[in-house]
Design a protein around this ligand. Structure first.
Ligand code: SF4
Ligand code: SF4
Length: 328
């Protein structure tokens, strides 16, 4: 059977995969045919040639794999993209407090998403195994499925694939925005040798809006659709190993881990609904933290409070660097 196209296909029903993805806690799931992303080569080459921070060097190293998933999974025919909601029920109180990004409130999403993507791959294998049994009785094709999952890992252009899989478009703030649900989502990708009926890619609905560009406190979005990570609070507080530039310290506005400003102002995020995933809820001690507690946080407190959260990955020293910078 097929997806909607009616041609002879693998017999895998996209609706079955979507239903299983939903059961596993993914809000949305889409599919695209795997093909080289040659149309993005010029953009990435330009970004690399800018000779920016070390982060872009990584881009250069794996550029060919990023542009051609066949180099990551031989025989990959399809890409599956999923989105998992992380919009919280309640924000951590902001008054008299430092601010951490909403995505870091609870359990490390890498762990949770990898587990769930593993279960989705197991599901793909189970339905293809059933099908192989049926097909081989009729001397039809026997499916030998290979698949790999990625969550912010490996040389995969997650946002570009999410758009191709029809889940949203990359807005002027460079994030993937679902037209009916906004952008507070983690993205996961599965490359697979299965042939699946592709969804239609999503188109850009930013229109004349410039809210994110105007709201960004550091000018990191001055070129729409291109994030200048050297000025982005998310990059500076999470990824960068350097001191936060003096001229930007005053613009942190109490942010010590990430920044949600360009999402908070996006009109599409008025559609955001609480994630309903208990693992993403902030712990009670984290809800109780205020500036005084942050300033006196010990390494032992840090280890206890942030075990298995995204903040733990950054390490105590970098968090304290950010707290000092935000306090100036
Ligand atoms: S995360 Fe913050 S600093 Fe970075 S682009 Fe968005 S608003 Fe600007
Ligand atoms: S704030 Fe406006 S311009 Fe920015 S991403 Fe959202 S819709 Fe697009």
């Amino acid at each position: 059977m097929s997806g909607s196209g009616g041609k002879k296909s693998t017999g895998i029903n996209g609706a079955q995969i979507r239903a299983e993805a939903r059961r596993l806690g993914f809000s949305f799931c889409g599919m695209a045919r795997n093909e080289p992303l040659e149309d993005l080569r010029a953009l990435y080459t330009r970004l690399i040639q800018r000779k920016g921070p070390a982060g872009l060097k990584y881009l250069e190293t794996y550029l060919e794999k990023r542009l051609n998933p066949e180099l990551i999974l031989k025989g990959a025919r399809s890409v599956i993209a999923v989105m998992m909601n992380y919009y919280p029920q309640d924000e951590i109180p902001g008054t008299g407090n430092f601010i951490i990004s909403k995505y870091a409130y609870g359990r490390d999403y890498h762990l949770l998403m990898r587990e769930r993507l593993g279960l989705l791959i197991a599901f793909l294998k189970s339905i293809t195994a059933d099908l192989s049994g049926r097909e081989s009785e009729d001397s039809g094709p026997v499916y030998d499925l290979h698949a790999r999952a990625f969550v912010d890992s490996g040389p995969v252009l997650e946002k570009a694939w999410a758009q191709r899989c029809g889940l949203g478009w990359q807005g002027k703030n460079t994030l993937v925005i679902h037209p009916l649900a906004g952008s507070f989502f983690f993205i996961g990708i599965i490359l697979t040798t299965l042939e699946l009926e592709p969804d239609a890619p999503e188109s850009d609905h930013c229109g004349s809006c410039e809210k994110c560009i105007k709201a960004c406190p550091t000018g990191a979005l001055d070129t729409p659709y291109q994030l200048d990570i050297r000025r982005c609070i998310s990059y500076l507080t999470i990824e960068s190993k350097e001191e936060i530039p003096v001229e930007l310290k005053g613009k942190l506005k109490d942010r010590i881990y990430g920044c949600d400003i360009c999402q908070d102002v996006c009109p599409y995020n008025r559609f955001a609904v609480p994630n309903g995933i208990p693992e993403f809820d902030p712990s009670e001690p984290l809800m109780q933290m205020r500036k005084k507690e942050w300033l006196s946080l010990t390494e032992a407190d840090f280890d206890r409070m942030f075990a298995a959260t995204p903040v733990k990955r950054m390490g105590y020293a970098r968090l304290m660097r950010n707290i000092r910078a935000a306090s100036q």
